[in-house]
Design a protein around this ligand. Sequence first.
Ligand SMILES: [Zn+2]
Ligand SMILES: [Zn+2]
Length: 122
Amino acid sequence: MMNFRMTKQRKAILKLLDTSNKALNVDDIAMLLDDKAINLSTIYRSLDLFLNDDLIKKILLHKVPYYYLNRHSNEHYFVCEKCHQLMALPCFHDHITLLAKQENFEVSAHEMIVYGLCVNCR
Ligand SMILES: [Zn+2]
Ligand SMILES: [Zn+2]
């Protein structure tokens, strides 16, 4: 359930994040949007709303915030610190369960981001 009005502009920003295989920063989003009338403050505001509603996730790459769609199912990624490409990483669920058992820790959720450089950026 969304706690904000889905305007045409917000829909366009969300669609961009949905179709990108990279984590995007605010400047990337402004550049990639077809509608050049959408200004940076609209983008910032939209991203805040999306974050509040758990529709997207935020990571820092070289201290700059980058955003990607929260797919709720696969939250395991390699992320390239240079081109910001996201690559799905297989789930370590069995391993996590084992480690949690050893620590007598009850897991409610997990996510994993592994930072580095992709084959094209090395
Ligand atoms: Zn790369
Ligand atoms: Zn998993």
